[in-house]
Ligand binder design. Structure first.
Ligand SMILES: Cc1ncc(COP(=O)(O)O)c(C=O)c1O
Length: 458
């Protein structure tokens, strides 16, 4: 089918995630038609380096034969098996066991979902159930962090702290509360790590005091805030927040939907942060985006309390596709890749990526460079001293994305002038260097824009 007839069909029928529907109709879809390794090809034959791994998910790169083989073999052997009625399938059981082996501490129990949003949503339900089971149903208040993203389910969207996910949707709910982000580049307390940690600890303590510790059920945080603009907390931040929660008997959820599966280096960022959360949520890299799958990891204590609390009664939480055998088979093949070199390559490529991005720090538009492993960002400003964001007319989200695209590079261009990077972990050094070269070209072109030039400090 010709690309332009696809554009018409898309315009007429396909509802896109997080899009201005009218804006998208006017712009028209860009159709991707094939991909291999870190390179995707669009319907016009243009090849692009995917510096964002789809949506921070294609960690193994495209057209990985072992993943394709795992899926096709499982499709012909057993395309579906429910986990209801006491049934199961070998891939789901084996994947849960292998994940439990890799997960930090006693996070030994895995509930499979279809992605990140329903993983977060499942934690809300498990947490409520847990507190009922221990006889404290009044512990029903939830805290998360400004600029955080925890998906767009009816409940999870209220833990998310990005206004566009709230407006018009009636969230956050009155049981969902926020504390300020650690956002080091623009933190009112300054950029010193210890000071930021102390401020976040004080904010969390104050919020707990305001609500009453006996009412607070759980605290949610991403090891690195992804959709909020790749905001990297100072080392020790997660540990400090975890300690406050422990002190007040508040459950701690590490939302590792982006950071899990090698994105920051290890299989779980929580391991690097030195914490064993009560729950981890994961998705994306677990199946490298080839097939949908997410997971909730539950600690022994949480699992046992829920199990004993229910006694012989069933726990009313489930989905038709929980533990889907095809997704699980791909998950197992992904784990093989992670264990046999993909994590190592990701670490190597991540060092190169950060080195490359730091080499852009002296560019007139680059105010901040940050990242960990293969998760990084640069933040653009027109005045480095004042940290003045690009002018609104520069329409950074659209213009820079389009420009990078024209230069053969896919990145995430956030509206506030932040460029996000999350390349496949399989990238070669040459591919990383190309990402940097094409970024530099994109920045140089942006520097020539009239509105940007006009706003630049002389
Ligand atoms: C930290 C975090 N949690 C949850 C989600 C939601 O995941 P999904 O889009 O698979 O529903 C995302 C998605 O980007 C995420 O980054």
């Amino acid at each position: 089918m010709r690309a332009n007839s696809l554009v018409e069909l898309d315009r007429a029928h396909l509802v896109h995630p997080l899009a201005s529907y009218r804006g998208h109709e006017a712009a028209g879809v860009r159709v991707l038609s094939s991909a291999k390794g870190a390179t995707v090809t669009d319907a016009e034959g243009r090849e692009l380096l995917d510096g964002f791994a789809g949506l921070w998910c294609v960690n193994a790169g495209y057209a990985q034969q072992s993943l394709i083989d795992a899926a096709t073999k499982q499709l012909s052997q057993l395309a579906y098996a429910t986990g209801y009625f006491g049934l199961g399938s070998e891939p789901a059981i084996r994947l849960a066991a292998r994940l439990a082996e890799h997960a930090p501490g006693d996070l030994n129990h895995v509930y499979f979902t279809l992605g990140g949003s329903d993983a977060v949503d499942s934690t809300i339900r498990f947490i409520r159930y847990y507190h009922h089971a221990i006889g404290k149903p009044e512990k029903d208040q939830f805290i998360s962090v400004e600029s955080g993203y925890h998906g767009s389910s009816t409940s999870g969207a209220g833990l998310t702290a990005l206004p566009v996910f709230h407006t018009g949707f009636g969230v956050p709910h009155d049981w969902q509360h926020k504390i300020p982000s650690h956002y080091a580049y623009r933190n009112p307390v300054g950029s010193d790590g210890e000071t930021i940690i102390a401020a976040s600890v004080a904010s969390l303590r104050a919020k707990i005091a305001e609500l009453g510790a006996e009412r607070v059920a759980a605290f949610y945080a991403e090891p690195i805030q992804g959709s909020g603009g790749v905001l990297v907390p100072p080392a020790g931040w997660m540990k400090a927040m975890h300690a406050v929660c422990k002190e007040h008997d508040i459950l701690f959820v590490a939302d590792e939907v982006i950071t899990g599966f090698g994105r920051t280096g290890p299989l779980f960022a929580s391991a690097e942060d030195g914490i064993v959360p009560d729950f981890i949520t994961a998705a994306k890299g677990m199946t490298s985006g080839y097939v949908p799958m997410g997971a909730v990891f539950l600690s022994d204590r949480i699992y046992d309390t829920i199990a004993d609390g229910a006694g012989d009664a069933p726990i009313g939480h489930g989905q038709t596709y929980s533990g889907h055998p095809v997704s699980a088979a791909v998950g197992l093949a992904c784990l093989d890749l992670y264990e046999n070199g993909l994590l190592d390559n990701g670490r190597m490529a991540g060092n190169r990526l950060l080195e490359g991005l730091y080499s852009l720090a002296d560019h007139p538009l680059v105010g901040d460079v940050r990242g960990r492993g293969m998760l990084a960002a640069i933040e653009l400003v027109t005045d480095k001293e004042r940290k003045t964001p690009l002018p609104a007319e520069a329409d950074a989200g659209r213009r820079i994305f389009d420009r990078a695209w024209a230069n053969g590079l896919i990145i995430r261009a956030f509206n506030q002038g932040i460029l996000g990077y999350a390349p496949p972990l399989c990238c070669t050094e040459e591919e990383i260097d190309t990402i940097i070269d094409r970024t530099r070209m994109t920045l140089d072109q942006t520097l020539e824009d009239k509105d940007v030039r006009g706003a630049l400090k002389d």
